[in-house]
Ligand binder design. Structure first.
Ligand code: PSV
Ligand code: MN
Ligand code: MN
Length: 388
């Protein structure tokens, strides 16, 4: 069994990045339900992210989405974050909401539009220089809706060319995270539809390019922990966008739909000793809270990741290895299920108390009066960008 102090130290040292857009109003293409008190600008989104970090102790960075979080002076935004006790995390590029990108951004058949898309990505690297962010996260909505609409192969060539130009612009400590998604908004082909495509481009690019796994971006039934294990072994897993899904890209709170899957993913991470921040994997949330209160939902998500992690950490690795060595299928499975069935909430409450935090961050938020304050102070909160 791992020692309790090791488990506690691993939990206390865990890092989970929250996304600026999850604090703002968002919805579906049918309706955005506005909520009182949501941030009106990136400055207020960061203030809210800082509250999540203060209460949980494990969410010290906040990801930005450009241009949703466009400001004049990104250095100032970084200082604002520092003043609030957090720092700026991954810069997410957005080449999916401009009229010009109807037929694609970096894979568009029109060279002028490809230039425009690549220029946006390069600008995101400039922003990283100003914010001190390590990671550029790329997700492309590029693809086609109809057979014959464009050459699948030519689009791969255009993608490779664009990625190369952006990759070559990265500084020595900067990285590129290439996210994939099976479909939507493209319905026939997507240019980066799966981990294999992302992996192949990352291998071609070099060591600063790694794959980002968004847990909501797979076909139903996909074994995500297999992907995690494969990419870890190949040293090509750079990040997670955590969320959960019942049907497609639902962006619900991580661990809400399938906490067992989250546990299996975290088991792969823990068994590869990849939980430590030095291992270089960014554990980020990418969620949209359409009907639930934003800040408590983000806190809940952080707790869900912590619970899955704690269960993975208490797996009896020696007993598991022994059962695997001797081919005892049932014993091996029982080791995993014993850990999964353990209530780790008391342990997490102790870890929080040891760190000087309230053991129940959601209750602490409700008691803090912060929600009442922002509802009184902020009028006319912004939309994250989705569902407009
Ligand atoms: C696309 O569905 C995605 O998962 C990408 O990460 C985007 O940047 C993000 O959603 C925006 O919420
Ligand atoms: Mn994502
Ligand atoms: Mn998504």
């Amino acid at each position: 069994m791992p020692s309790t102090s090791e488990v506690r130290a691993a939990l206390a040292g865990q890092r989970i990045e929250t996304p600026s857009w999850a604090y703002a109003n968002s919805g579906t293409r049918f309706k955005v339900f506005p909520q009182p008190g949501v941030p009106r600008d990136p400055w207020e989104k960061i203030a809210d992210a800082a509250v999540v970090h203060r209460l949980t102790g494990v969410a010290p960075t906040v990801a930005l989405h450009i241009p949703w979080d466009e400001v004049e002076d990104f250095g100032k935004l970084a200082s604002h974050a520092e003043e609030h006790g957090v720092s700026l995390g991954a810069i997410n590029s957005n080449v999916f909401q401009d009229e010009d990108f109807k037929l694609g951004s970096v894979t568009n058949p029109d060279a002028r539009i490809r230039r425009k898309a690549v220029d946006h990505l390069l600008k995101c690297v400039d922003i990283m220089d100003a914010t001190g962010s390590r990671d550029l996260k790329l997700w492309f909505s590029d693809g086609t809706n109809y057979p014959g609409q464009d050459s699948i192969r030519a689009r791969q060539d255009r993608l490779a060319e664009a990625l190369r130009e952006v990759y070559d612009r990265l500084g020595p400590d900067q990285r590129m995270l290439l996210e994939y998604k099976l479909f939507e908004p493209a319905f026939y082909t997507t240019d980066v539809p799966d981990w294999g495509t992302s992996y192949a481009h990352c291998v071609e690019l070099g060591e600063k390019a790694t794959v980002c796994i968004d847990t909501g971006h797979h076909a139903p039934g996909t074994n995500i922990e297999f992907i995690v294990a494969f990419l870890l072994r190949a040293n090509k897993l750079g990040a997670f966008d955590f969320n959960s899904r019942f049907y497609a890209d639902d962006d619900l709170m991580v661990g809400a739909a399938d906490p067992f899957q989250l546990f299996r993913i975290m088991h792969e991470i823990v068994s590869a000793d990849a939980l430590r921040p030095e291992a270089g994997i960014a554990f980020m949330l990418d969620q949209c809270h359409n009907i639930e209160a934003k800040i408590p939902a983000i806190i809940r998500s952080v707790l869900n990741v912590q619970e899955a992690t704690a269960k993975a950490l208490i797996i009896d690795a020696e007993a598991l290895a022994e059962a695997q060595r001797s081919g005892d299928v049932l014993a091996a499975n029982a080791v995993l299920m014993d850990a999964y069935s353990t209530d780790v909430r008391p342990l997490l409450r102790e870890v929080r108390a040891d760190a000087g935090l309230d053991p129940d961050p959601v209750a602490a938020y409700r008691a803090s009066g912060y929600q009442e304050r922002i509802e009184a102070d902020r009028v006319g909160g912004t939309q994250a960008g989705w569902g407009a």
